[in-house]
Design a protein around this ligand. Structure first.
Ligand code: B12
Ligand code: SF4
Length: 499
């Protein structure tokens, strides 16, 4: 029996979720294959249907931001007579909608057990919604099946297979952040056995030559003892890695142990420099912790990345000023502030539930205007220059705020955000172009110019950029600044871990 996994939303890297599910299907005796939509080789609806020929079940993994396209694929697959199942963040948040689009079975939450149930029952698979009330035991999960991917679509010129550097040591996070879509794991943290993770890291290193890993856990340090055990066991491997955490969940001893074990950088979801905003978004951290954690990480020698968010409906220019103060406070300690972070109300988030009626964005994902709408608008586009301006790519992407995509903002607020955009840009060029002061100044100058053009003629620069991109780029190559940022952060084959 044959199962085809489809990942329909454009991506640059192998989505490891598919490998996790494929391993389970193989345990059940199924043959598996994958059809992933990549920027390198974008697919049309009919490509998915053609690829599905000869398979007994088609399994679709869905996020929110391109559902109209996904529903067209579902319709075409059903018209061609396939059995179609779906899971992922969007089906978990909107199961009835996905079922209504024609899918036979929707699996809510973690997919492994539901998938097993479907495969065991084949050909009489349970139709409708499958939901498990309890979280599964991660210790029982097989090692992801990376053979399910057609590696050439993810392989860079230097042989680096994008996505294979991303490793999971745990699932879930106990946080309640109101902007986060955490429905799949329902605030429950569960770690994989450390020995299993180490085995997987060794396998990926030996088989694929990966020497720099990215721990994709929502929050690596939730279980401090586990994190320390991981450090102890990864150290002898002499590999380098990076991880994400929350400012309230690290301490000096732990950060030192991480650094000593090969961790070269930490990303913190700081989100805000304003105490009121932190409270209202239920971040569970204080401003003091947001300052202390990156400072400690910097002091032990880790490179620090910081994620900031703006665009919360309660915010005023005062909140943005506090954000700018935080940027200045951590100017030296942070290497890179994320260039995205305008609030996107995903359907599984509390923010969506609280505000959708008030601001009229109920079911926005079903409208053409919001397709491909995620966090960074240029990231999700086939032709990034046609949908974003220079400043949104190089400084900060505030398009959802400037264009009142979801919420409505005052002119004063938008002005304050533009000020923040330049501050972030000025900070980040130091990291991106070290020892190149002229280039740094030029980028900021061009950024300011691009901002001005955008305000006066909102589509002009994108039209020119879009045409230039089509003329000079091969296929669907990504924006060069994105490539540079990845290289500087170590998402390449042979990264030394230093700057
Ligand atoms: C690592 C990660 C990335 C990586 C890799 C993404 C990838 N596709 O592999 C990168 C950095 C590239 C990335 C990019 C983006 N991401 Co991201 N990402 C994550 C993160 C942290 C982990 C994803 C993951 O692998 N989880 C582990 C697996 C086990 O969970 P899972 O994917 O949900 O899969 C389980 C179930 O959902 C279910 N399932 C999933 N698919 C299917 C299919 C079937 C058939 C079945 C039965 C079950 C099933 O079973 C799985 C196993 O239990 C999540 C947060 C999170 N905790 O999940 C955000 C998250 C998925 N990302 C999100 C977003 C918005 C994005 C971007 C749009 C951001 C952007 N543009 O700037 C892009 C989109 C890129 C893309 N096309 O995929 C949102 C999605 C929200 C939504 N409602 O759509 C999340 C949930 C973050 C959040 N909390 O808000 N991301
Ligand atoms: S944003 Fe991060 S800390 Fe907050 S709930 Fe989501 S994963 Fe947890």
């Amino acid at each position: 029996m044959k199962l085809l996994f489809i990942s329909p939303t454009l991506i640059t890297e192998a989505p490891i979720t598919i490998a996790m599910l494929s391993a389970v299907a193989k345990e059940e005796g199924w043959e598996t294959d994958s059809c992933i939509n990549t920027f390198k080789k974008p697919l049309k609806v009919e490509d998915f249907v053609n690829r599905a020929k000869g398979f007994d079940i088609v399994a679709i993994s869905m996020m929110t931001f391109s559902v109209l396209f996904v529903y067209k694929i579902v319709k075409a697959l059903k018209e061609a007579g396939f059995l179609v199942i779906a899971g992922g963040t969007h089906p978990t948040a909107c199961p009835d909608e996905v079922l209504g689009a024609g899918v036979d079975t929707v699996i809510i939450g973690e997919g492994e057990e539901g998938l097993r149930e479907v495969l065991k029952a084949y050909p009489n698979i349970p139709k409708g919604i499958i939901e498990r009330k309890t979280r599964l035991d991660t210790a029982t999960l097989p090692i992801p099946d990376l053979d399910v991917f057609h590696k050439e679509i993810f392989t860079d010129e230097d042989g680096f297979i994008r996505g294979f550097h991303r490793i999971y040591t745990s699932r879930g996070c106990p946080g309640y952040c109101t902007f986060c879509d955490w429905q799949v794991f329902r605030q429950q943290f569960s770690g994989y056995p450390v020995d299993t993770v180490i085995k997987e890291i060794k396998m990926r290193r030996d088989k694929y030559g990966i020497n720099s890993f990215s721990i994709a856990d929502d929050c690596f340090t939730v279980d401090r003892e586990r994190a320390l055990e991981f450090c102890k066991k990864i150290k002898p491997l002499n590999t380098i890695w990076r991880a994400n955490s929350r400012a309230s969940l690290v301490d000096l001893e732990l950060l030192k142990a991480m650094k000593d074990a090969g961790c070269h950088s930490m990303a913190f979801g700081l989100e805000s420099g304003d105490p009121e905003s932190l409270k209202k978004m239920v971040k569970g951290v204080t401003l003091e912790e947001n300052i202390a954690a990156p400072t400690m990480a910097y002091e032990v020698g880790l490179e620090v990345y910081a994620c900031l968010m703006t665009g919360f409906p309660w915010e005023t220019p005062k909140h943005v000023e506090n954000q700018i103060k935080l940027i200045h406070k951590l100017w030296k300690e942070v290497s890179l502030f994320t260039v995205s972070g305008a609030l996107t109300p995903f359907p599984g988030s509390a923010i969506y539930k609280i505000y959708n009626k008030k601001y009229g964005f109920t079911n926005y994902w079903l409208k053409p205007k919001y397709q491909w709408c995620g966090v960074q608008i240029y990231q999700n586009a086939e032709n990034p220059l046609a949908v974003s301006t220079f400043y949104q790519r190089y400084l900060f992407d505030d398009v959802y705020i400037q264009k009142d995509y979801f919420f409505t903002y005052t002119p004063e607020y938008k002005k304050a955000v533009r000020k923040m955009v330049v501050e972030i840009g000025e900070h980040n060029v130091l990291f991106m172009y070290p020892n190149k002061p002229i280039k740094q100044k030029l980028i900021i100058l061009l950024g300011r110019l691009s901002m001005l053009i955008y305000r006066l003629f909102p589509t002009l620069e994108m039209k020119i950029g879009g045409v230039l991109y089509q003329l000079f780029h091969k296929g669907s190559e990504r924006s060069s600044v994105e490539k540079l940022r990845n290289e500087r952060r170590g998402i390449v084959r042979n990264f030394s871990g230093s700057n």
